[in-house]
Design a protein around this ligand. Structure first.
Ligand code: FES
Length: 144
């Protein structure tokens, strides 16, 4: 059966449904679920950064953070690196930053601990946390 015949046989409603579901999936990717596309290497590393690079130099003091590949990488008050997805679990949009030693969504104010536990109602679904490995001057974000 040709594609045109198939579309005719399932009718306009089904065609709309198929189109709509595709659009919906595309919007999800656009809204930040793209971090699911991070593929770990054989060692479980999603990506790395050089701490001597300009972005690495932005991670020197407690409270500093950068966003790379939809991951928020921060320095906590103890001077340790922590990382979480930038995609808020409340409405799956990329609005998470690091503030007051917590992950925080600027959209509606969801607050998450450094372990990804929600601290208020908008944060009830928790937040995806990434393990971090530091070897020399290389910081790696690992698969959760
Ligand atoms: S989208 Fe993050 S708190 Fe609503």
């Amino acid at each position: 059966m040709e594609r045109k015949e198939f579309m005719k046989s399932i009718g306009q409603g089904a065609a709309f449904t198929l189109t709509f579901s595709c659009l919906s999936g595309c919007l999800e990717a656009e809204n930040g679920l793209a971090d699911q596309a991070l593929i770990p290497d054989a060692n479980g590393v999603l990506f790395s950064l050089d701490l001597n690079s300009s972005e690495g130099q932005s991670l020197k003091s407690p409270g500093d953070y950068i966003i790379k590949n939809t991951v928020v990488i921060a320095v906590n008050q103890q001077g340790n690196y922590v990382a979480a997805t930038q995609v808020c679990s409340h409405k799956t949009i990329k609005q998470v930053i690091f503030r007051n030693d917590e992950f925080y969504c600027t959209e509606h104010g969801a607050r998450f601990t450094q372990q990804g536990v929600g601290l208020n109602s908008d944060a009830s679904k928790g937040l995806l946390i990434y393990p971090i490995q530091v070897q020399g001057q290389t910081l790696s974000i690992l698969a959760p």
